[in-house]
Ligand binder design. Structure first.
Ligand code: PLP
Length: 476
């Protein structure tokens, strides 16, 4: 292993490399264009017996690993949802890696626990979340949703399933819309509820859950002896950024005494703007809520903010107290190992602290507003272009569209053509976009929210999209 002096030397070199990388990130193809197995072939089958020099390892990083990297921090990243980073966040991650502290309980790093507690208060405040919420950092929204289901299960069973397991008579039902993220389906399985007990409620023309269908499904279940356990409402669905009508859904969950979990993984960051808080009307009735600063709030993956109405239910669901983890201060502090699944926890709060302080709330608002505004301007341009079809109305920063020249009306041809267009755009390496389907219709999906994105980037990509569409049309 290298000495401390070599560590210093290489660390300086790597920081220079990091700054150069961000400076010239647009020189790399946004989406890696290697073939399956290309990287595998270049890595020896066995680990070396003797240590290798750091300089050689770093060269291999540049030559072998970098070609297989897809560059999420390129401003022309419009695929999936962003997993944003930012300079203050990267700096904090360097310190986190250096301290390499494991923050399972207060005593294993009091500053990590107390900073996490304070960051959850700051976030609640700047996002205008309900005052009574209490928060904890989870790794991902998938984990937070699983925590919600397990907590709902335990609360409803009076903490019996934790003790005795399922009796086989529970008949619990969970409801979400047909547009909900797949992490809900996965959490149902892990929580032992079974795919067949996930009820997918129909959506309206905006692809948002129909509350009347939710209520009918709940009543039907109650009448047939089943037990409605939890409803998941989404603010900003993954496919099309649909926004479920939260306040109407909350009325229903209140009326029938059902746990309400709200998944705002991506769009939750927009609540920093008071003018978008209508999306969260009714959130005060939620039992649990998750959004990901690691998506649109410029904070490195992984950092999910999970808020609950009643932290005692969460802690009772997860707390196990072996002798070796007991401390003198357990009654006076938060031990976050009891607030979720993992025992060992990374020091995640540090990067959020760096981001919130270095950006400041005003800059966070400006960037997010800027993303939304540039998308809304482009939406007007697309609406006025007879050869393009806008597939959803969206108030935030996603555009779902397809190329639809007047000469073509066959749906299968349009689907195939738009699929080809997307492949050709991504093969240029200039940008990266992904797709979804609305019903059977193939739709190109563009999400404009990368940390370093400027209006010119979006315009360049829009011109590339247009050119690609007409090139393909010419060759059809
Ligand atoms: C609406 C929604 N919920 C949940 C998730 C899962 O997020 P994570 O990767 O943090 O588990 C995503 C991911 O994109 C999402 O869009």
């Amino acid at each position: 292993m290298i000495s401390i002096e070599e560590f210093r030397k290489h660390a300086h070199q790597m920081v220079d490399w990091m700054a150069d990388y961000y400076h010239s990130i647009d020189k790399y193809p946004v989406k890696s264009n290697v073939n399956p197995g290309d990287i595998l072939k270049k890595i020896p089958d066995k680990a070396p017996q003797e240590g290798e020099p750091m300089s050689e390892i770093f060269e291999d990083f540049k030559n072998i690993i970098m070609p297989g990297i897809t560059h999420w921090q390129n401003p022309k990243w419009f695929a999936y949802f962003q997993a944003n980073s930012s300079y203050p966040s990267v700096l904090a991650e360097m310190l986190t890696a250096t301290l390499a502290t494991q923050c399972m309980i207060w005593e294993t790093s009091p500053a990590a626990t107390e900073l996490e507690e304070k960051m959850m208060v700051w976030l609640k405040d700047i996002m205008g979340l309900p005052e009574h919420f209490e928060g904890v950092i989870q790794d991902t929204a998938s984990t937070a949703t699983l925590c919600a289901f397990l907590s709902a299960r335990e609360k409803t069973s009076n903490f019996k399933i934790n003790k005795e397991g399922f009796s086989g008579k529970e008949k619990y039902r969970i409801y979400c819309s047909t547009e909900t993220h797949s992490s809900i389906d996965k959490a149902i399985r892990i929580a032992g509820m079974g795919d067949k007990n996930l009820v997918k409620v129909e959506v309206d023309e905006k692809l948002a859950m129909k509350p009347e269908n939710l209520e009918n499904a709940i009543l039907e279940d109650i009448n047939s002896g089943k037990k409605p356990l939890c409803v998941v409402a989404t603010i900003g669905s993954t496919g099309t950024m649909a926004i479920d009508p939260l306040s109407k859904i909350a009325e229903i969950t209140q009326q029938y005494g059902i746990w309400l979990h709200v998944d705002a993984a991506y769009a939750g960051s927009a609540l920093v703007l008071p003018e978008y808080r209508w999306m969260a009307d009714g959130l005060e009735y939620a039992d649990s809520y998750v959004f990901n600063p690691h998506k649109w709030l410029f904070t490195n993956f992984d950092l999910s903010a999970y808020y609950v109405k009643d932290k005692d239910v969460l802690i009772r669901t997860f707390s196990i107290m072996p002798e070796y983890l007991k401390t003198q201060v357990d009654q006076n502090v938060n031990n976050y190992r009891d607030w979720g699944i993992q025992l060992g926890r990374r020091f995640r709060a540090l990067k959020l602290w760096f981001v919130l302080r270095n950006f400041g709330v005003v800059e966070l608002k400006n960037r997010i507003k800027n993303h939304i505004d540039m998308v809304q301007e482009l939406i007007i341009e697309i609406k006025n272009d007879p050869e393009f079809e806008l597939m959803t109305e969206n108030p935030l920063n996603m555009i779902c569209f397809r190329f639809h020249p007047g000469s073509i009306n066959d749906e299968t041809t349009l689907n195939t053509m738009n699929e080809k267009i997307l492949q050709k755009i991504n093969a240029t390496g200039e940008t990266f976009l992904t797709h979804t389907r609305i019903g059977r219709t193939y739709v190109i999906r563009l999400v404009a929210g990368q940390t370093y994105l400027e209006k010119e980037h979006l315009q360049e990509v829009w011109q590339l999209i247009r050119k690609t569409c007409y090139d393909i049309l010419k060759n059809e």
